[in-house]
Design a protein around this ligand. Structure first.
Ligand SMILES: Nc1nc2c(ncn2[C@@H]2O[C@H](COP(=O)(O)OP(=O)(O)O)[C@@H](O)[C@H]2O)c(=O)[nH]1
Ligand SMILES: [Mg+2]
Length: 251
């Protein structure tokens, strides 16, 4: 197919057999590589994705709540063969038709990462009011603790250059990978990032696996403790540096 982007598109999946075939077919119209990372699906997700032309990787690990979203994304991004990586969900909610624009935005502005933001919502119905309120609370927490005005800390779509990945030291295996990757990139002085506005659609098939309150609380706690951890590491690094310097001067 002509005019494919030289990118790797990563799709983490659990039980998306109903819609993944169609999504992969559409994705392969635009991306040179489509990787579906199957995490303990009990349906035919892997088979359907493979038949549709995706490269399928299995990721068996899950976090203590039984979620493997983060493990799967990291495994998929590491397996990417192209320098530019785009992630999105396997439920058709993120806009394949804006992938090219988002990649162009990264290249034109010499960025390392583009956070694809669903807000302000183009279609107010696409995300429930509960979820919108939850994202607003978490965005506010990020603004307060990190001083960064990100408009969608939970978006599942981003564009990242593979070399930037190695600088982020990602550890979250579950849903917290989504805030972790954005916060790690925002805190890294060596990386340039910006936001790109995207459309968002209602789920085409199947059902969300989300336990909203539990996941929301998990995010709230993660965003707080990650800030404390990163502040502590920065403090430790600077104390260590001054100590080494004073020893050199004293020697
Ligand atoms: N790898 C992996 N993917 C998951 C898991 N749970 C959900 N997903 C995928 O992550 C994406 C988002 O999940 P979804 O249930 O739609 O959550 P929502 O978008 O927050 O409602 C979809 O592609 C799911 O198939 C999991 O435990 N592991
Ligand atoms: Mg979804």
């Amino acid at each position: 197919m002509k005019n494919k982007l030289n990118i790797s598109l990563i799709i983490p999946c659990r039980n998306e057999a109903e819609g993944i075939g169609h999504l992969v077919q559409r994705a392969l119209q635009i991306a040179a590589e489509v990787i579906v990372v199957d995490n303990q699906s009990t349906d035919k997700t892997a088979l359907v994705a493979k038949k549709a032309g995706a490269r399928v990787i299995k990721e068996p690990r899950v976090d203590k709540l039984g979620i493997g979203y983060g493990y799967s994304l990291v495994k998929g991004m590491k397996a990417a063969t192209h320098e530019i990586i785009v992630t999105l969900d396997g439920d058709g909610t993120y806009p394949l038709d804006q992938v090219a624009e988002a990649v162009k935005f990264l290249q034109k502005n010499c960025l390392d990462m583009v956070l694809c933001s669903r807000f302000p919502l183009v279609d107010g119905q696409a995300i429930s009011l509960w979820r919108q309120a939850g994202v607003w609370v978490l965005n506010s927490e990020v603004r307060l603790l990190y001083g960064r005005a990100l408009s969608d800390i939970l978006s599942g779509m981003w564009v990242i250059r593979k070399p930037a990945l190695g600088k982020l030291h990602l550890k979250q295996g579950g849903w917290n990978l989504s805030p972790e990757i954005k916060l790690a990139a925002a805190l890294n002085q060596d990386l340039a990032l910006d936001e790109f506005h995207i459309h968002h659609y209602e789920r085409e098939f199947g059902q969300s696996k989300q336990k909203l309150v539990l996941t929301g609380l998990e995010h709230l706690w993660f965003i707080l403790t990650y800030r404390l951890q990163t502040l502590w590491s920065a403090l430790f690094a600077s104390a260590n540096k001054s100590w080494k310097l004073s020893r050199e001067v004293g020697a």
